[in-house]
Design a protein around this ligand. Sequence first.
Ligand SMILES: O=C(O)CCC(=O)C(=O)O
Ligand SMILES: [Fe+2]
Length: 361
Amino acid sequence: MGEVDPAFFQALEHRPSLQNVEAQGIPVIDLSILSSPDASLEDLVKKIGDACRDWGFFQVVNHEVPLEKREKIFNASKKFFAQPKGEKIKIRRDEKRVLGYYDTEHTKNVRDWKEVFDFTVQNPTIVPASYEPDDKEVTEWYNQWPEYPPELREVCEEYAKEMEKLGFKLLELIALSLGLKADRFHGFFKDQTTFIRLNHYPPCPVPNLALGVGRHKDAVALTILAQDDVGGLEVKSKSDGEWTWVTPTPNSYIINVGDIIQVWSNDAYESVEHRVKVNPEKERFSVPCFLNPAHYTWVKPLEAIANEQNPAKYRPYNLGKFLVTRKGSNFKKLDVENIQISHFRVSDLSDKLEGALSINT
Ligand SMILES: O=C(O)CCC(=O)C(=O)O
Ligand SMILES: [Fe+2]
Protein backbone atom coordinates (compact mmCIF):
# COMPACT_ATOMS: atom_id res chain seq x y z
CA MET A 1 0.00 0.00 0.00
CA GLY A 2 1.49 3.33 -0.99
CA GLU A 3 1.15 6.63 0.76
CA VAL A 4 -2.36 7.56 1.80
CA ASP A 5 -3.68 10.76 0.25
CA PRO A 6 -3.97 13.39 3.03
CA ALA A 7 -7.38 14.33 1.57
CA PHE A 8 -8.64 11.43 3.75
CA PHE A 9 -7.19 12.78 7.00
CA GLN A 10 -9.60 14.14 9.55
CA ALA A 11 -8.70 17.27 11.50
CA LEU A 12 -7.16 16.39 14.85
CA GLU A 13 -10.33 16.90 16.87
CA HIS A 14 -12.35 14.60 14.60
CA ARG A 15 -9.97 11.67 14.47
CA PRO A 16 -11.53 8.47 15.80
CA SER A 17 -10.42 6.69 18.92
CA LEU A 18 -9.50 3.08 18.19
CA GLN A 19 -11.27 2.08 21.38
CA ASN A 20 -14.99 1.47 21.02
CA VAL A 21 -17.42 2.79 23.60
CA GLU A 22 -20.16 0.16 23.65
CA ALA A 23 -23.73 1.36 23.40
CA GLN A 24 -25.72 0.55 26.50
CA GLY A 25 -28.58 2.74 25.60
CA ILE A 26 -29.44 2.51 21.90
CA PRO A 27 -32.75 0.71 22.23
CA VAL A 28 -33.53 -2.52 20.40
CA ILE A 29 -37.26 -2.50 19.66
CA ASP A 30 -39.27 -5.62 18.83
CA LEU A 31 -41.86 -5.00 16.10
CA SER A 32 -43.53 -8.42 16.29
CA ILE A 33 -46.69 -6.95 17.80
CA LEU A 34 -47.42 -5.30 14.45
CA SER A 35 -48.33 -8.71 13.06
CA SER A 36 -51.07 -9.30 15.67
CA PRO A 37 -53.92 -7.18 14.36
CA ASP A 38 -55.81 -6.79 17.64
CA ALA A 39 -52.88 -5.98 19.90
CA SER A 40 -52.55 -2.54 21.44
CA LEU A 41 -49.74 -0.46 19.99
CA GLU A 42 -49.50 1.81 23.00
CA ASP A 43 -46.33 0.30 24.48
CA LEU A 44 -44.56 0.11 21.15
CA VAL A 45 -45.45 3.71 20.27
CA LYS A 46 -44.08 4.87 23.59
CA LYS A 47 -40.82 2.97 23.08
CA ILE A 48 -40.40 4.48 19.62
CA GLY A 49 -41.15 7.99 20.88
CA ASP A 50 -38.68 7.64 23.78
CA ALA A 51 -35.96 6.31 21.46
CA CYS A 52 -36.51 9.14 18.96
CA ARG A 53 -36.37 11.74 21.73
CA ASP A 54 -33.48 10.31 23.76
CA TRP A 55 -31.23 8.92 21.02
CA GLY A 56 -32.56 9.80 17.57
CA PHE A 57 -31.51 6.19 16.84
CA PHE A 58 -32.89 2.72 17.54
CA GLN A 59 -32.65 -0.80 16.17
CA VAL A 60 -35.65 -2.93 15.18
CA VAL A 61 -36.00 -6.71 15.23
CA ASN A 62 -38.89 -8.90 14.04
CA HIS A 63 -39.52 -6.35 11.32
CA GLU A 64 -40.86 -8.81 8.70
CA VAL A 65 -38.22 -7.99 6.07
CA PRO A 66 -37.27 -11.47 4.82
CA LEU A 67 -33.67 -12.37 5.67
CA GLU A 68 -33.26 -13.78 2.18
CA LYS A 69 -33.81 -10.36 0.59
CA ARG A 70 -31.20 -8.81 2.83
CA GLU A 71 -28.68 -11.57 2.12
CA LYS A 72 -29.26 -11.21 -1.60
CA ILE A 73 -28.54 -7.49 -1.67
CA PHE A 74 -25.39 -7.89 0.43
CA ASN A 75 -24.15 -10.71 -1.83
CA ALA A 76 -24.83 -8.78 -5.01
CA SER A 77 -23.19 -5.69 -3.52
CA LYS A 78 -20.04 -7.70 -2.69
CA LYS A 79 -19.88 -9.02 -6.24
CA PHE A 80 -20.26 -5.54 -7.71
CA PHE A 81 -17.57 -3.90 -5.58
CA ALA A 82 -15.13 -6.82 -6.03
CA GLN A 83 -14.78 -5.89 -9.71
CA PRO A 84 -11.84 -3.86 -11.00
CA LYS A 85 -12.31 -0.11 -10.81
CA GLY A 86 -12.42 0.06 -14.61
CA GLU A 87 -15.68 -1.90 -14.61
CA LYS A 88 -17.29 0.07 -11.80
CA ILE A 89 -16.61 3.47 -13.32
CA LYS A 90 -18.61 2.49 -16.39
CA ILE A 91 -21.63 3.57 -14.32
CA ARG A 92 -19.88 6.38 -12.49
CA ARG A 93 -22.11 9.24 -11.47
CA ASP A 94 -21.45 12.71 -12.77
CA GLU A 95 -23.18 16.07 -12.72
CA LYS A 96 -25.83 14.88 -15.18
CA ARG A 97 -26.33 11.29 -14.06
CA VAL A 98 -26.26 11.67 -10.32
CA LEU A 99 -26.99 8.00 -9.54
CA GLY A 100 -24.63 5.04 -9.84
CA TYR A 101 -21.09 4.39 -8.63
CA TYR A 102 -18.66 6.84 -7.04
CA ASP A 103 -15.74 6.79 -4.64
CA THR A 104 -14.97 10.44 -4.07
CA GLU A 105 -17.59 11.60 -1.62
CA HIS A 106 -16.52 14.25 0.86
CA THR A 107 -18.26 14.74 4.19
CA LYS A 108 -17.53 18.13 5.75
CA ASN A 109 -14.86 18.55 3.09
CA VAL A 110 -12.79 15.51 4.06
CA ARG A 111 -12.76 12.53 1.72
CA ASP A 112 -14.60 9.41 2.95
CA TRP A 113 -12.85 6.01 2.91
CA LYS A 114 -15.57 4.24 0.94
CA GLU A 115 -17.11 3.55 -2.41
CA VAL A 116 -20.84 3.59 -3.03
CA PHE A 117 -23.57 2.73 -5.49
CA ASP A 118 -26.81 4.78 -5.35
CA PHE A 119 -30.21 4.04 -6.85
CA THR A 120 -33.61 5.62 -6.32
CA VAL A 121 -36.73 3.71 -5.36
CA GLN A 122 -38.80 5.50 -7.99
CA ASN A 123 -37.36 5.36 -11.46
CA PRO A 124 -37.25 7.97 -12.79
CA THR A 125 -37.25 10.33 -9.83
CA ILE A 126 -38.49 13.83 -10.55
CA VAL A 127 -36.44 16.72 -9.17
CA PRO A 128 -35.93 20.42 -10.00
CA ALA A 129 -33.73 21.04 -13.04
CA SER A 130 -31.57 23.52 -11.12
CA TYR A 131 -31.09 24.92 -7.69
CA GLU A 132 -32.02 28.43 -8.84
CA PRO A 133 -35.03 29.35 -6.67
CA ASP A 134 -37.03 30.85 -9.55
CA ASP A 135 -36.41 28.06 -12.05
CA LYS A 136 -39.62 25.99 -12.04
CA GLU A 137 -38.39 23.40 -14.53
CA VAL A 138 -38.02 19.78 -13.44
CA THR A 139 -35.81 16.96 -14.65
CA GLU A 140 -35.63 13.17 -14.24
CA TRP A 141 -33.01 11.12 -12.49
CA TYR A 142 -32.55 7.64 -13.94
CA ASN A 143 -30.91 4.67 -12.28
CA GLN A 144 -27.78 3.26 -13.90
CA TRP A 145 -27.37 -0.50 -13.53
CA PRO A 146 -24.10 -2.35 -14.01
CA GLU A 147 -23.75 -5.36 -16.31
CA TYR A 148 -22.32 -7.37 -13.46
CA PRO A 149 -23.65 -8.94 -11.37
CA PRO A 150 -26.67 -9.42 -13.64
CA GLU A 151 -29.05 -9.97 -10.72
CA LEU A 152 -28.20 -6.66 -9.03
CA ARG A 153 -31.08 -4.71 -10.49
CA GLU A 154 -33.80 -7.19 -9.53
CA VAL A 155 -32.33 -7.77 -6.09
CA CYS A 156 -32.20 -4.02 -5.45
CA GLU A 157 -35.74 -3.44 -6.69
CA GLU A 158 -37.09 -6.24 -4.50
CA TYR A 159 -35.22 -4.89 -1.50
CA ALA A 160 -36.58 -1.39 -2.16
CA LYS A 161 -40.17 -2.73 -1.90
CA GLU A 162 -39.38 -4.18 1.53
CA MET A 163 -37.84 -0.89 2.65
CA GLU A 164 -40.97 0.98 1.58
CA LYS A 165 -43.16 -1.38 3.61
CA LEU A 166 -41.01 -1.12 6.71
CA GLY A 167 -40.59 2.61 6.16
CA PHE A 168 -44.34 3.27 6.16
CA LYS A 169 -44.80 1.20 9.33
CA LEU A 170 -42.09 3.20 11.08
CA LEU A 171 -43.47 6.51 9.85
CA GLU A 172 -46.88 5.52 11.24
CA LEU A 173 -45.42 4.66 14.63
CA ILE A 174 -43.46 7.91 14.70
CA ALA A 175 -46.55 9.92 13.73
CA LEU A 176 -48.55 8.26 16.53
CA SER A 177 -45.75 8.95 18.99
CA LEU A 178 -45.99 12.65 18.12
CA GLY A 179 -49.75 12.60 18.78
CA LEU A 180 -50.55 12.73 15.04
CA LYS A 181 -52.77 10.50 12.92
CA ALA A 182 -50.95 7.34 11.88
CA ASP A 183 -50.99 8.24 8.18
CA ARG A 184 -50.00 11.90 8.68
CA PHE A 185 -46.71 11.52 6.77
CA HIS A 186 -47.89 9.25 3.96
CA GLY A 187 -48.90 12.00 1.54
CA PHE A 188 -45.39 13.44 1.51
CA PHE A 189 -44.05 10.24 -0.08
CA LYS A 190 -46.37 10.03 -3.08
CA ASP A 191 -43.64 11.08 -5.51
CA GLN A 192 -40.82 10.25 -3.16
CA THR A 193 -37.14 10.94 -3.78
CA THR A 194 -36.11 8.01 -1.56
CA PHE A 195 -32.78 6.43 -2.46
CA ILE A 196 -30.81 3.39 -1.39
CA ARG A 197 -27.04 3.25 -1.16
CA LEU A 198 -24.71 0.26 -1.24
CA ASN A 199 -21.69 1.17 0.87
CA HIS A 200 -18.35 -0.60 0.70
CA TYR A 201 -15.64 0.37 3.20
CA PRO A 202 -12.35 -1.30 2.18
CA PRO A 203 -9.76 -2.12 4.87
CA CYS A 204 -7.91 1.08 5.75
CA PRO A 205 -4.21 1.36 6.71
CA VAL A 206 -4.86 4.56 8.71
CA PRO A 207 -8.02 3.90 10.76
CA ASN A 208 -6.79 6.44 13.31
CA LEU A 209 -6.74 9.24 10.72
CA ALA A 210 -9.54 8.51 8.25
CA LEU A 211 -13.25 7.76 8.55
CA GLY A 212 -15.54 5.69 6.33
CA VAL A 213 -18.03 8.53 6.61
CA GLY A 214 -17.17 11.66 8.53
CA ARG A 215 -19.49 13.00 11.19
CA HIS A 216 -22.81 14.08 9.72
CA LYS A 217 -26.57 14.08 10.11
CA ASP A 218 -28.84 12.55 7.48
CA ALA A 219 -30.62 15.31 5.56
CA VAL A 220 -33.64 13.06 4.82
CA ALA A 221 -36.81 12.09 6.70
CA LEU A 222 -35.79 8.69 8.06
CA THR A 223 -32.93 6.24 7.47
CA ILE A 224 -33.24 2.44 7.61
CA LEU A 225 -29.76 0.92 7.70
CA ALA A 226 -28.61 -2.68 7.37
CA GLN A 227 -25.02 -3.26 8.46
CA ASP A 228 -22.96 -6.45 8.34
CA ASP A 229 -21.27 -7.99 11.39
CA VAL A 230 -18.03 -5.96 11.19
CA GLY A 231 -19.37 -2.82 12.86
CA GLY A 232 -18.10 0.71 12.49
CA LEU A 233 -21.11 2.95 13.00
CA GLU A 234 -20.84 5.37 15.91
CA VAL A 235 -23.59 7.65 17.18
CA LYS A 236 -23.03 10.79 19.18
CA SER A 237 -24.89 10.21 22.41
CA LYS A 238 -27.32 13.01 23.25
CA SER A 239 -26.83 12.52 26.97
CA ASP A 240 -23.03 12.83 27.22
CA GLY A 241 -21.75 13.68 23.73
CA GLU A 242 -19.66 10.46 23.59
CA TRP A 243 -19.19 8.62 20.28
CA THR A 244 -21.07 5.39 20.94
CA TRP A 245 -20.47 2.19 19.00
CA VAL A 246 -23.57 0.50 17.57
CA THR A 247 -22.97 -3.20 18.14
CA PRO A 248 -24.22 -5.15 15.12
CA THR A 249 -27.34 -7.14 16.00
CA PRO A 250 -27.94 -9.93 13.46
CA ASN A 251 -30.79 -9.23 11.06
CA SER A 252 -31.77 -5.97 12.74
CA TYR A 253 -32.24 -2.59 11.08
CA ILE A 254 -30.86 0.61 12.53
CA ILE A 255 -33.32 3.47 12.27
CA ASN A 256 -32.45 7.11 12.62
CA VAL A 257 -34.45 10.29 12.59
CA GLY A 258 -33.32 12.57 9.76
CA ASP A 259 -33.34 16.34 9.48
CA ILE A 260 -36.84 16.44 7.97
CA ILE A 261 -38.48 14.72 10.94
CA GLN A 262 -36.54 17.13 13.12
CA VAL A 263 -38.17 20.05 11.27
CA TRP A 264 -41.64 18.43 11.08
CA SER A 265 -41.53 17.77 14.82
CA ASN A 266 -40.17 21.28 15.53
CA ASP A 267 -37.13 19.75 17.29
CA ALA A 268 -39.11 17.29 19.47
CA TYR A 269 -37.01 14.63 17.73
CA GLU A 270 -33.52 15.54 16.63
CA SER A 271 -31.41 14.22 13.81
CA VAL A 272 -28.28 12.99 15.55
CA GLU A 273 -24.67 13.08 14.38
CA HIS A 274 -23.06 9.79 13.44
CA ARG A 275 -19.93 8.57 11.63
CA VAL A 276 -18.33 5.37 10.43
CA LYS A 277 -14.96 4.08 11.60
CA VAL A 278 -12.88 1.89 9.32
CA ASN A 279 -11.02 -1.28 10.04
CA PRO A 280 -7.36 -2.06 9.25
CA GLU A 281 -8.08 -5.68 8.25
CA LYS A 282 -11.72 -6.13 7.44
CA GLU A 283 -13.84 -4.63 4.71
CA ARG A 284 -17.35 -3.64 5.69
CA PHE A 285 -20.65 -3.43 3.79
CA SER A 286 -23.79 -1.53 4.70
CA VAL A 287 -27.03 -0.60 2.95
CA PRO A 288 -28.85 2.54 4.08
CA CYS A 289 -32.27 3.41 2.69
CA PHE A 290 -32.93 7.15 2.89
CA LEU A 291 -36.68 7.81 3.00
CA ASN A 292 -37.26 11.18 1.44
CA PRO A 293 -40.44 13.06 0.40
CA ALA A 294 -41.43 14.41 -3.02
CA HIS A 295 -39.32 17.22 -4.46
CA TYR A 296 -42.19 19.74 -4.30
CA THR A 297 -42.52 19.36 -0.52
CA TRP A 298 -42.06 22.52 1.50
CA VAL A 299 -40.48 21.23 4.67
CA LYS A 300 -41.68 23.09 7.76
CA PRO A 301 -42.85 22.37 11.31
CA LEU A 302 -46.29 20.69 11.20
CA GLU A 303 -49.24 22.89 12.12
CA ALA A 304 -50.40 20.35 14.70
CA ILE A 305 -47.09 20.68 16.53
CA ALA A 306 -45.94 24.27 16.14
CA ASN A 307 -48.31 26.79 17.71
CA GLU A 308 -48.25 29.90 19.88
CA GLN A 309 -46.73 28.07 22.84
CA ASN A 310 -44.27 26.23 20.61
CA PRO A 311 -43.45 28.65 17.77
CA ALA A 312 -42.06 27.24 14.54
CA LYS A 313 -38.29 27.00 14.77
CA TYR A 314 -37.72 26.77 11.01
CA ARG A 315 -38.64 28.71 7.93
CA PRO A 316 -40.11 26.50 5.18
CA TYR A 317 -37.63 25.20 2.62
CA ASN A 318 -38.17 23.48 -0.68
CA LEU A 319 -36.91 19.92 -0.53
CA GLY A 320 -36.14 19.59 -4.24
CA LYS A 321 -33.97 22.70 -4.29
CA PHE A 322 -32.22 21.53 -1.14
CA LEU A 323 -31.56 18.09 -2.62
CA VAL A 324 -30.27 19.39 -5.93
CA THR A 325 -27.96 21.86 -4.17
CA ARG A 326 -26.52 19.05 -2.06
CA LYS A 327 -26.13 16.57 -4.91
CA GLY A 328 -24.29 19.16 -6.98
CA SER A 329 -21.89 19.92 -4.16
CA ASN A 330 -21.06 16.23 -3.52
CA PHE A 331 -18.65 16.27 -6.43
CA LYS A 332 -16.28 18.81 -5.13
CA LYS A 333 -14.49 19.86 -2.06
CA LEU A 334 -16.28 23.04 -1.08
CA ASP A 335 -14.89 26.17 0.46
CA VAL A 336 -18.15 26.70 2.27
CA GLU A 337 -20.32 24.48 4.43
CA ASN A 338 -22.82 22.33 2.54
CA ILE A 339 -26.46 23.43 2.80
CA GLN A 340 -28.01 22.36 6.15
CA ILE A 341 -31.37 22.69 7.89
CA SER A 342 -29.69 24.99 10.39
CA HIS A 343 -29.60 27.59 7.60
CA PHE A 344 -33.40 27.71 7.84
CA ARG A 345 -33.53 27.93 11.60
CA VAL A 346 -35.39 30.95 12.88
CA SER A 347 -32.83 32.62 15.07
CA ASP A 348 -33.76 34.95 17.86
CA LEU A 349 -31.75 37.68 16.19
CA SER A 350 -33.46 37.46 12.81
CA ASP A 351 -36.84 37.30 14.60
CA LYS A 352 -36.04 40.52 16.35
CA LEU A 353 -34.74 42.09 13.15
CA GLU A 354 -37.82 41.05 11.24
CA GLY A 355 -39.95 42.41 14.04
CA ALA A 356 -38.08 45.70 13.91
CA LEU A 357 -38.40 45.91 10.13
CA SER A 358 -42.10 45.22 10.14
CA ILE A 359 -42.61 48.01 12.64
CA ASN A 360 -40.68 50.39 10.44
CA THR A 361 -42.45 49.64 7.18
O1 LIG B 1 -22.47 2.63 6.91
C1 LIG B 1 -23.04 3.04 7.92
O2 LIG B 1 -23.10 2.39 8.96
C2 LIG B 1 -23.71 4.39 7.95
C3 LIG B 1 -23.58 5.19 6.70
C4 LIG B 1 -24.16 6.54 6.82
O3 LIG B 1 -24.30 7.10 7.88
C5 LIG B 1 -24.64 7.24 5.62
O4 LIG B 1 -24.36 6.75 4.50
O5 LIG B 1 -25.29 8.29 5.76
FE1 LIG C 1 -25.71 8.77 7.73
